[in-house]
Design a protein around this ligand. Structure first.
Ligand code: SF4
Length: 357
């Protein structure tokens, strides 16, 4: 496609309150180096204008890999009897948080599978301790839970919640999540917003049955719901799951989806996901040049980190706690950016301002 035509479509998508699915599909199909260069440069400009030049850090602690669900793509699904299950103690979690606070990080992401016996009071206590001792922003990523638990954790001081939709195509959603319900998930996101959480969503690119059309609709879903954070990563098949023999998601399509999400949502915080960095090369770097503004160093203590295996080949599983930050500083410097040690709260209330292109 000609440079002129690509720029024309990009400007139309950027300036539209409801971009056309066909335009998004067209841009998702960019495949040659000259085409993606234009797309990523445009997304990079939008990122710079609305999210700044810094790369925000969110330190992640994967505190429990037990899960009651059976997502067909995930190595933690309850039917996988080959992995070692673990649950960190409060002092193990707080020790990791102390280390990230000592390195100047201002956000902790407490992530787990959707454990059926998650102790809500225990987690509330952990949140309170983090707030009192270290004054960090707390993001939870512990799945679909009762609204009373969401309320309890919010009252304890939790600021944000990640609950990725994975795909907005109901048919694909149903086929990959045998025990789950799409509407229930969307309702959980609504409950979280109503409680005042900054809410994150996201998708996996390359799922069985997914098309560019459905990804285009995912991006419109992000725009409609004005999520504070959106994670987009490639599907990586796990050998102990039903989808073991499926093809990997393509880096190219994942990066195109990321760039378009930046252009369409403008203000959402977009991580260069660990999954994007776990393909044949570290595509997080390209992601940061195509709209992303967040990195998530792993602070899960050893020896547990390798057991949080959503997908195989996850990068940085052998590193010591705290080793990731200097590495990410080098990565940022390599693309003339810097790590941003601020809280990085939502930018979303500014939506609707500004023109570009
Ligand atoms: S994706 Fe999440 S909810 Fe699904 S099986 Fe894995 S850990 Fe559980």
């Amino acid at each position: 496609m000609s440079t002129f035509k690509i720029k024309d479509v990009l400007t139309r998508v950027y300036n539209s309150k409801r971009p056309a699915v066909a335009d998004l599909e067209l841009l998702l199909s960019m495949a040659t180096a000259p085409e993606t260069r234009i797309l990523y440069a445009y997304a990079d400009q939008v990122r710079k204008k609305f999210a700044g030049n810094g790369i925000l850090l969110r330190g992640i602690v994967e505190f429990d890999n037990n899960c009651r669900n059976n997502c067909l793509y995930c190595g933690l699904n309850r039917k996988n009897k080959h992995i070692k299950r673990y649950r960190l103690t409060q002092s193990q979690v707080l020790d990791s948080v102390a280390r990230m606070a000592a390195q100047g990080i201002k956000t902790v992401v407490l992530q787990s599978g959707e454990a059926s016996d998650l102790d809500a009071e225990w987690l509330a206590k952990v949140i309170r301790e983090i707030k009192q001792r270290y004054h960090l922003a707390v993001t939870l990523s512990v799945g679909e839970q009762d609204v009373r638990m969401y309320r309890l954790w919010r009252a304890a001081g939790a600021d944000r919640y990640l609950l990725k939709i994975e795909t907005t195509d109901r048919e694909i959603y149903r086929s990959l999540h045998p025990d789950m319900d799409y509407d229930r998930r969307v309702n959980c996101q609504r409950n979280l917003k109503n409680l005042g959480y900054q809410v994150g969503s996201g998708i996996i690119v390359g799922l069985r049955g997914q098309t560019k059309h459905s990804i285009a609709r995912d991006i419109l879903f992000f725009k409609r719901h004005e999520f504070d954070m959106i994670g987009i990563g490639p599907f990586i098949p796990h050998h102990q799951t039903t989808l073991a023999k499926d093809n990997k998601g393509e880096a190219l399509l994942t990066l195109n989806a990321l760039a378009l999400t930046r252009i369409v949502t403008r203000y959402s915080h977009l991580p260069a996901t660990t999954a994007l960095g776990s393909l044949e090369k570290d595509y997080r770097i390209t992601g940061l040049q195509a709209g992303a503004n967040v990195l998530m160093p792993n602070f899960t203590p050893q020896p547990y980190r390798r057991y949080y295996e959503l997908y195989p080949g996850k990068r940085c599983v052998n590193e010591a706690v705290g080793a990731c930050v200097p590495c990410l500083a080098r990565l940022a410097a390599g693309i003339r950016r810097h790590l941003d040690y601020s809280y990085g709260h939502t930018l979303i209330k500014k939506i609707g301002e500004g023109k570009h292109g």
